[in-house]
Design a protein around this ligand. Structure first.
Ligand SMILES: Nc1nc2c(c(=O)[nH]1)N[C@H]1C(S)=C(S)[C@@H](COP(=O)(O)O)O[C@H]1N2
Ligand SMILES: [Mo]
Length: 188
């Protein structure tokens, strides 16, 4: 304690210091909070109970079943992660999943549809958008995967059961983990 503070001030000063630190950290925690979950997002991530909803500007908004997903052609994507390790993701093409709900595809991606995007949401409310031509095989050179396996195993719980895997991108920021919702939206 510096000598210009009387000894009896020690405790109140200590308390004031703690309060300042506490309120500062509470504020910064609020500042970095993830966006709140959208009303359609779910916290349910127990295997077998996780549902994947497809909605918005599609012909038949719906919830996909594990059996429907299992019937789609399998795809894989080998890549090197940020630590330099070779990883193999397996799953289905995001385009095939969207087609089950009648999302715009192929030749119907033109005109005003080019101003639509797919909004992907994870169980924690994390969101990322993809323009339709980024997903559709008539445009994209490599498929975006809806992955359910990594290196031959189901995805770890913090990522799965479903995670988007976006090839050719330098950072995995749009690799939405614990994917629960795909929504086709108009950008304007
Ligand atoms: N649901 C969800 N998915 C997410 C995130 C998130 O916070 N929530 N973070 C993203 C970011 S910023 C990164 S870098 C990647 C990789 O995160 P990981 O290395 O922890 O798997 O996940 C992406 N997907
Ligand atoms: Mo990140």
């Amino acid at each position: 304690m510096p000598k210009f503070f009387p000894a009896r001030w020690g405790f109140p000063l200590l308390m004031a210091g703690w309060l300042t630190l506490w309120s500062g950290s509470a504020l910064s925690a609020r500042g970095q909070a993830r966006p709140a979950a959208t009303p359609t997002a779910t916290k349910a991530t127990r295997p077998g109970l996780t549902t994947l909803r497809i909605g918005g500007l599609v012909a038949t908004p719906r919830t996909l079943t594990a059996a429907e997903l299992a019937a789609l052609p399998r795809r894989e994507q080998a890549l090197t992660d940020q630590e330099g390790r070779r990883r193999v993701y397996r799953g289905v093409a995001l385009a095939d999943v969207l087609a089950l709900a009648g999302a715009p595809a192929g030749a119907s991606i033109h005109g005003p549809v080019l101003a639509q995007a797919v909004l992907a949401t994870g169980a924690d409310g994390y969101q990322a958008v993809f323009a339709l031509p980024e997903i559709d095989p008539a445009f994209a050179t490599q498929p975006i995967l809806l992955a359910d396996q990594l290196d031959g195993q189901p995805l770890p719980a913090k990522n799965g059961p479903y995670q988007l895997v976006v090839p050719l991108e330098k950072r995995p920021t749009r690799w939405v983990r614990q994917l629960t919702d795909l929504r086709v939206v108009n950008v304007q």
